[in-house]
Design a binder for this molecule. Structure first.
Ligand code: EPZ
Length: 419
């Protein structure tokens, strides 16, 4: 079991690049199944979840070539297997994103319930309801989801909740359907826009992504494409929050500041000096920052739930009290008891955390139970006095590529111990 040994107290200074977005790449990898040609993707990030998704594509009969300059060549022309291996599907949430593309391409799919970070019940009812609206036959039995679709037919679909995954699944089921599909109350995340652009560059006809209504006009088939997904806004925000918590002067490159404007606004109001120029953001901080006052996690463009744990760490050492409401996932405060061991003053009730800033955190032996909690507790170790041992850091590798090396590049002192 890998762990981090973190010696806290260093400020962060320097320049760092932001890699491609995990949550864009995973949806786009599912979208490769739709292509009757060859897909070339650039800048692939070496996150464990990406590798697992690639393993699933191979198991379906797709050819995956990893080229040395972080380019992937994915050829699904000979896809021939509609059964998604249970042991892989259970490990990641994005295995469920294959329902739509598989029904579109193979007319059949058999998959178990998805895995993903243990941050809530994470139902898939909106995915299944949306696919049934497009004339798919979906049966759930023996712990599996069996889908069949002799012919998918475009239809109007209203989502009870702007679910990212459900929006993506329905988009990908509609793109080769007969007729037009409109998704009302669709998710507006930048990753949805990226998926639209990727599919359109293969010959798809999608419009409206980024708004709450997406229109998909069905086409006959999709061809080959060369594409580079957008930057990872959650990693960009993680770096800025780490810089704010540790103090110093950092510059992050290759990021669209609009994708994290909810965070930038809060960081500025708390006392950070932030300069934005094209795709570069420079952040300077010295001394204790003011509390954000409140954080409400909401669908985009609200404050992202995937940045809540990292932001909570900053609030734990800021001046004042912050009320954090986690509106998306019902058990996304697992990092709090670990942080209290480090001296934080936090009370949680259901989906609310009341964080009273303390002067100092102290190193301790703590554990991360999910991806973003892992990133958050790494930051906590970097600001704490003394040594922190962070256990189960493989959780962090799901969505960060050697996070310890990225932070050490900026001046942190983190060693990974592999047992
Ligand atoms: C995606 O998960 C991301 N994962 C998550 O990132 C992110 O937190 C989430 O979107 C919200 O932005 C990937 O893209 C792989 P949702 P997803 O469907 O699609 C409810 C990370 O750390 N819901 O938008 O699973 C659900 O319970 C991960 O990178 C239903 O009720 O999220 C939740 O309350 C964590 N029924 C809300 O919607 C459904 O059928 C948001 O879920 C689907 C969702």
């Amino acid at each position: 079991m890998d762990k981090f040994i973190i010696n806290g107290g260093n400020t962060l200074n320097g320049v760092i690049d932001v890699p491609c977005a995990k949550n864009s790449y995973l949806a786009i990898l599912a979208g490769c199944v739709l292509s009757s040609g060859v897909v070339c993707l650039h800048n692939y990030p070496k996150f464990d979840d990406i590798d697992k998704m690639l393993d699933i594509l191979v198991s379906l009969g797709c050819k995956v070539t990893r080229e040395e300059n972080r380019t992937l060549i994915i050829d699904c022309t000979n896809i021939n297997n509609y059964v998604i291996p249970q042991k892989l599907a259970k490990k990641i949430r994005s295995s469920i994103f294959l329902l739509g593309p598989m029904l579109s391409r193979l007319k059949r799919v058999l998959v178990t319930y998805p895995g993903g970070c243990d941050i809530g019940s994470r139902p898939i009812d909106l995915h299944l309801k949306g696919l049934k609206s497009l004339n798919a036959k979906i049966v759930e039995r023996f712990g599996f989801i069996e889908g069949e679709a002799t012919n998918l037919i475009g239809e109007n679909v209203h989502l009870d909740y702007p679910s990212v995954g459900a929006t993506e699944n329905i988009m990908m089921a509609a793109v080769l359907a007969k007729g037009t599909t409109k998704i009302f109350n669709s998710a507006k995340e930048p990753e949805i826009v990226d998926l639209q652009n990727f599919i359109n560059s293969m010959g798809g006809k999608i419009s409206g992504a980024g708004s709450d209504t997406i229109t998909i006009v069905g086409v006959e088939k999709l061809g080959s494409v060369e594409y580079t997904p957008i930057a990872d806004r959650i990693i960009a925000g993680t770096y800025l929050l780490a810089g704010a918590a540790c103090g110093g002067d950092i510059t992050i490159k290759n990021v669209d500041y609009e994708h994290i404007y909810s965070l930038i606004t809060k960081l500025k109001n708390s006392g950070c000096i932030i300069d934005i120029k094209d795709d570069t953001i420079r952040q300077r901080t010295n001394g204790r920052l003011k509390s954000f006052g409140s954080i409400e996690t909401l669908p985009y463009p609200g404050f992202p739930t995937d940045m809540q744990p990292q932001a909570l760490i900053l609030q734990a050492i800021s001046n004042g009290t912050c009320i954090i409401t986690e509106n998306l996932f019902e058990t996304r405060f697992k990092h709090v008891p670990e942080l209290v061991k480090m001296g934080a003053s936090i009370v949680t009730r259901d989906r609310m955390a009341i964080v009273t800033g303390v002067e100092k955190l102290y190193g301790a032996d703590v554990t991360c139970y999910d991806l973003r909690a892992g990133a958050a507790l790494t930051i906590a170790g970097m600001v704490a006095e003394g040594k922190t041992i962070l256990n189960e850091v493989k959780n962090i590798d799901r969505g960060y590529e050697k996070l310890e090396e990225a932070f050490n590049l900026l001046g942190a002192d983190i060693k990974r111990e592999t047992k």
